[in-house]
Design a protein around this ligand. Structure first.
Ligand SMILES: Nc1ncnc2c1ncn2[C@@H]1O[C@H](COP(=O)(O)OP(=O)(O)OP(=O)(O)O)[C@@H](O)[C@H]1O
Ligand SMILES: [Mg+2]
Length: 228
């Protein structure tokens, strides 16, 4: 039996540090999650339908569990111990929307502003839940209210139109990668106040990033490289 509980201790002074990663397949979204905004000594939990995080994260072992019982027990235990951890929910078979919602509920249960912040990585957000209209469910709680409970949600998706304004508006960190379609670049440029041409020019593994340290209209460019 797995219980989802409401987080208890909140702190309204905590900043919103949710992050979004938007780009076509192969643009570098998962690479960005692995390299940029989560430190090796942070707490992080991964919804990992494709095994992207199965080995290690910045040199730290990722403990992947393939049943809800094992995942929930180990996540709650790690949270109680109060040390940094990396835990993933992996899947062997088909992943359903109910799996996503349960994952979000369990991450939500871990909210506690008095503990080290918990990074919650949601791969393929748009595939597993409909966030384009009015959002509900635990994913909505994570993205809209999680900040107060020390929860930092990392939303990974391919097209801006798929997730709607609630997600974009509640992510202080914005990573924008290569867009296959010009219309997608135009949509993002309008939503984010960025130059459409600058987005359209991005190649795979190139990106524009806007963090909470950037002022309105400011951003940086970056590019990932791999050795060998
Ligand atoms: N460790 C690595 N070494 C070499 N190339 C890599 C490595 N990791 C990723 N790549 C390459 O970087 C590119 C981007 O990969 P990444 O998995 O980050 O994309 P993505 O945006 O998450 O794609 P998807 O939407 O399909 O999940 C791919 O072409 C991939 O082959
Ligand atoms: Mg990926």
């Amino acid at each position: 039996m797995i219980d989802i509980v409401d987080p208890e201790k909140n702190n309204n002074a905590l900043s919103c540090l949710n992050a979004m990663y938007v780009g076509s397949s192969g643009s570098g979204k998962t690479t960005a999650v692995k390299q940029l905004n989560i430190a090796s000594d942070d707490c992080a939990v991964f919804f990992d339908p494709f095994g992207d995080y199965a080995d290690n994260f910045k040199g730290e072992k990722v403990f992947t569990y393939y049943s809800w019982e094992d995942f929930a027990e180990n996540l709650f235990k790690a949270r109680t111990l109060g040390k940094p951890f990396k835990i993933a929910r992996g899947f062997n078979g088909r992943v359903e929307k109910g799996d996503f919602e349960l994952f979000c509920g369990l991450a939500w249960s871990c909210g506690d502003a008095t503990k080290q912040p918990l990074n919650v990585v949601l791969e393929e957000l748009a595939k597993y839940c409909d966030t384009s209209g009015k959002m509900d469910g635990y994913v909505s709680d994570l993205i809209r209210i999680g900040r107060k409970f020390g929860l930092r949600t990392h939303c990974v998706f391919q097209r801006g139109q798929e997730v709607g304004k609630t997600v974009i508006g509640n992510c202080a960190v914005k990573w924008i990668g290569y867009q296959e379609r010009e219309n997608d670049a135009i949509y993002l440029s309008k939503e984010l106040g960025l130059d459409a041409e600058a987005i359209a020019k991005l190649e795979k593994l190139e990106y524009i990033i806007k963090t909470d340290a950037h002022k309105r209209g400011e951003f940086d460019y970056g590019k990932f490289t791999f050795k060998g």
